[in-house]
Design a protein around this ligand. Sequence first.
Ligand SMILES: Nc1ncnc2c1ncn2[C@@H]1O[C@H](COP(=O)(O)OP(=O)(O)OP(=O)(O)O)[C@@H](O)[C@H]1O
Ligand SMILES: [Mg+2]
Length: 166
Amino acid sequence: MVPAGACVVVELPDATATVRLGMALADVLPAGAVLLLQGELGSGKTTLVQGLAQGLGISEPVTSPTFALVHEYPEGRIPLYHLDLYRLSTAEVQQLQPEYYWQEAPPGIVAVEWPERLPVWPSCYIHVRWQNDSSAGRRVELTAQGPDPQQWLRQLQARQAAGQLP
Ligand SMILES: Nc1ncnc2c1ncn2[C@@H]1O[C@H](COP(=O)(O)OP(=O)(O)OP(=O)(O)O)[C@@H](O)[C@H]1O
Ligand SMILES: [Mg+2]
């Protein structure tokens, strides 16, 4: 079980493992899910979104929207909205109105890099945090905010227990 506040820790020895975690998330997340991706520069946030896109059947290459700020991928099983807030201040993010993507846009999966910049966080989300360590690979910690995300995290935990993650 994943009680409120519990977390799932996933070891990602290489970039392929990050892609596979993204694909596993595509299997368990429904339209309307918000994924907040928090990690230092170069930790693997965009790589995880590439796995998500692959899992949703999006063939268009996923690149970092650092300059575009938002990339929309409508062609998959569920629309994917990829936001990268790195270059913005919190005031600038407010003007961008990112909540449009989880409140008004056709329901999709919203993946946000640099969620620290969001002036207001959504009420429900999966939070993926990259842990700083000196190893060549990466380690992430996933937590859930809200009852539905807790349910999705439980599904991921079941996959992990079955040796299917990543
Ligand atoms: N688990 C992993 N182990 C080792 N390298 C990884 C892992 N996951 C991703 N990488 C590599 O890390 C590099 C940076 O990845 P990526 O661009 O996805 O990071 P990012 O967090 O989106 O960066 P930025 O903060 O600049 O947006 C890439 O070369 C990618 O292949
Ligand atoms: Mg990135």
